[in-house]
Design a binder for this molecule. Structure first.
Ligand code: ADP
Ligand code: MG
Length: 140
């Protein structure tokens, strides 16, 4: 077991549909510590940079448009195996494939509008946390 950090985002659909509180409550219930939290409206260039690994994918334009369509909530979660723990809590990318009780199964509208983001590895988590947060000032 290792204490890890991971980046979570409540995406624009999750914010617009009123699920911020339920999502944060779930992380706390599952023993993940919220080390940083901020609500922001992403710019197009911020969203493009965040999802740079998907730049060549056919859904990239749709993804950037969606992620900039309204405010999002950025969080740093910390806990035992936080990266994989968060991915399990989130469920599969497509809510139709996501397990019962996962956030995406409960709240997501579609494969694109799927309520939450979570880093997919410790390496991605480090990059994504640095992208949005300052270790020195934002993590408490
Ligand atoms: P995950 O968020 O589960 O790690 P990916 O990294 O593969 O999934 O994709 C990033 C995001 O891009 C997804 O969460 C989703 O919002 C969007 N996305 C992925 N695949 C599609 C698709 N086929 N059509 C539309 N949007 C997609
Ligand atoms: Mg991913």
């Amino acid at each position: 077991m290792a204490i890890e950090r991971t980046l979570s985002i409540v995406k624009p659909d999750g914010v617009a549909n009123g699920y911020i509180g339920k999502i944060i409550a779930r992380f706390e219930e599952e023993g993940l510590n919220i080390r940083a939290l901020r609500k922001v409206q992403l710019t197009v260039s911020q969203a493009q940079g965040f999802y740079a690994e998907h730049a060549a994918r056919p859904f990239f334009g749709e993804l950037v448009e969606f992620m900039t369509s309204g405010p999002v909530v950025l969080m740093v979660l910390e806990g035992e195996n936080a990266v994989s723990a968060n991915r399990e809590i989130m469920g599969a990318t497509d809510p139709l494939q996501a397990d019962e009780g996962t956030l995406r199964r409960l709240y997501a509208e579609s494969k694109g509008r799927n309520t939450v983001h979570g880093s997919d590895s410790p390496t991605s988590a480090a990059r994504e946390i640095d992208y949005f947060f300052s270790q020195a000032f934002d993590l408490v």
